[in-house]
Design a protein around this ligand. Structure first.
Ligand SMILES: *Cc1c(COP(=O)(O)O)cnc(C)c1O
Length: 372
C-alpha cells in the first residue's frame, strides 16, 4: 500500500476543525449582504490593531497592494531608490517598481536568510529614500541595526510581515518596529483568508488616513484624489475574524513542531536546521533547512510521498524580471549560495506526530544511504 501523502501545508485539516464557526460567519455575511465596507471588516482591523498594539490598521485587497499603497503614501516617486532583500517573494520588489521607484537589492545573512544590515550602507546613495526588510519564513530581520542606519540617513523603513505575524524581535512584535508594516492573509500564510486579503499597520495617523482614502478611490463620495480599488471584502474579513482567535495557539503549535524537527535533525551531518538570531522569536511560516544534497533529498522525499518546496528556486536579482539590473552571483554571494541548498519541509499546526516522525525518519534514511 502506498504511503499516505504528507503535504507541505494542509488547509483542509485546519478548516475542518473550525468548519461550523466558518460556516456561521459566512452565512451571516450572506444574510446581511455585508460584502463591502461592512462590520466584519472594521472588527478585523480593530482586532489586529489591538493584538499588535498599533494605532491604525488599514485593510486592503492583498499584501502586494498593501506594499504599493504604503509606498505611495510615503511619497515614493520616480527616481527614488528603495533598498530591499535579495531573498524574498517577488511582491516586495515588484511593489517598489510599480510605485515608480528603483529596486536596490541587498544580500542576506547566510543563516537567518534576512537582509544583512552590514551591506546596507554601501548601497545608500543621495536617491535612497527607504528600506524594506522582510521577516522571511517568519524570522525577524535585524531591525535594531536596520533602524539605526535608517535614522542616520533619514530613511523610512517598512516591514514586510507577510510571513511573520506574531514573530517577535527583542520582545516586540514585528510590524511595530518601523514607520509602517504590511501583512498578507493569502490562504497559505500563518493567518490565511479564503482568497486574497492584506493590511497595513502604522502609528502615523496621517499616513493611515491617506492609505485608507487611496485604497478606496480617493475617498467615498469625496474623491479628494484618484486612488485605486483595493478592499478587504466582508466574506474574507468574517473568515479572518474566526481564524484570528486561533492564531496564538496555531503559532505555538508551529513552534513546537519546529522544535521537534530541530531536536531530531540538528545532529544529522550535512543538514543545517534553522538558525535563530539573538532575541528573535521565529513563527515558522516555513521550516527551511539547508543541505548540499537538496535536490536528491527533495526527490527522495517525493518518492516517499512527502512534499517539500524551495522558497525560492531563483533569488530575486537573478529572475528574468530583473535582467535589466545585470546582476551576477558575486553581487549577492550569500543569497546565491542559499538558493542552491534551501529546502522547506512540511509544517502546519495540524501536522500529526506520526507524519512528522515519518518526515524525520525518511530524511535520516536518506542521509544513511548517502553516507555509505
Ligand atoms: C505573500 C507575500 C507577500 C504578498 O502577499 P499577497 O497577499 O499574495 O499579495 C508579500 N511579501 C512576502 C514576503 C510574501 O510572502
Amino acid at each position: 500500500m502506498p504511503l499516505r501523502n504528507i503535504p507541505l501545508v494542509d488547509l483542509r485539516a485546519q478548516h475542518d476543525l473550525i468548519r461550523d464557526d466558518l460556516e456561521t460567519a459566512i452565512s451571516e455575511v450572506i444574510d446581511q449582504s455585508a460584502f463591502i465596507r461592512s462590520k466584519p471588516i472594521k472588527q478585523f482591523e480593530e482586532t489586529i490593531s489591538r493584538m499588535l498594539g498599533i494605532k491604525n490598521c488599514i485593510s486592503c485587497g492583498n499584501g502586494t497592494d498593501a506594499l504599493h499603497i504604503t509606498l505611495k503614501g510615503l511619497g515614493l516617486k520616480p527616481g527614488d531608490e528603495v533598498i530591499t532583500t535579495s531573498h524574498s517573494w517577488i511582491s516586495t520588489s515588484e511593489a517598489i517598481t510599480n510605485t515608480g521607484g528603483k529596486v536596490v537589492f541587498c544580500d542576506t545573512n547566510p543563516d537567518t536568510f534576512t537582509i544583512d544590515p552590514k551591506y546596507i550602507e554601501d548601497l545608500i546613495t543621495p536617491n535612497t529614500v527607504g528600506i524594506i526588510p522582510v521577516h522571511l519564513y517568519g524570522h525577524p530581520a535585524d531591525m535594531h541595526t536596520i533602524n539605526k542606519i535608517a535614522s542616520k540617513h533619514s530613511l523610512w523603513v517598512v516591514e514586510d510581515c507577510a510571513q511573520a505575524i506574531l514573530a517577535q524581535y527583542k520582545g516586540e512584535y514585528v510590524g511595530t518596529l518601523s514607520n509602517a508594516s504590511i501583512f498578507s492573509f493569502y490562504p497559505g500564510k500563518n493567518l490565511g483568508a479564503m482568497g486574497d486579503a492584506g493590511c497595513i499597520l502604522t502609528n502615523d495617523t496621517n499616513l493611515a488616513e491617506w492609505c485608507s482614502l487611496y485604497s478606496n478611490h480617493g475617498g467615498k463620495g469625496k474623491h479628494l484624489f484618484e486612488g485605486i480599488n483595493s478592499r478587504l471584502d466582508g466574506l474574507q474579513a468574517s473568515i479572518l475574524n474566526v481564524k484570528i482567535s486561533h492564531l496564538s495557539k496555531w503559532t505555538r503549535q508551529r513552534v513546537e513542531l519546529a522544535d521537534y524537527y530541530n531536536s531530531h535533525l540538528s545532529d544529522i551531518p550535512d543538514i543545517q536546521t534553522p538558525t535563530i538570531g539573538k532575541e528573535c522569536n521565529h513563527v515558522y511560516h516555513l521550516y527551511t533547512i539547508k543541505t548540499k544534497f537538496r535536490d536528491q533529498l527533495r526527490d527522495y522525499l517525493k518518492n516517499n510521498n512527502i512534499a517539500s518546496s524551495i522558497n525560492y528556486p531563483i533569488a530575486l536579482p537573478f529572475l528574468p524580471a530583473y535582467k535589466r539590473l545585470n546582476h551576477s552571483p558575486s553581487d549577492f554571494p550569500n543569497t546565491y549560495e542559499n538558493q542552491k541548498v534551501i529546502l522547506s519541509l512540511p509544517l502546519y499546526p495540524e501536522l500529526e506526530l506520526e507524519d512528522i516522525n515519518r518526515v524525520i525518519s525518511t530524511i535520516t534514511n536518506f542521509v544513511d544511504l548517502n553516507s555509505k
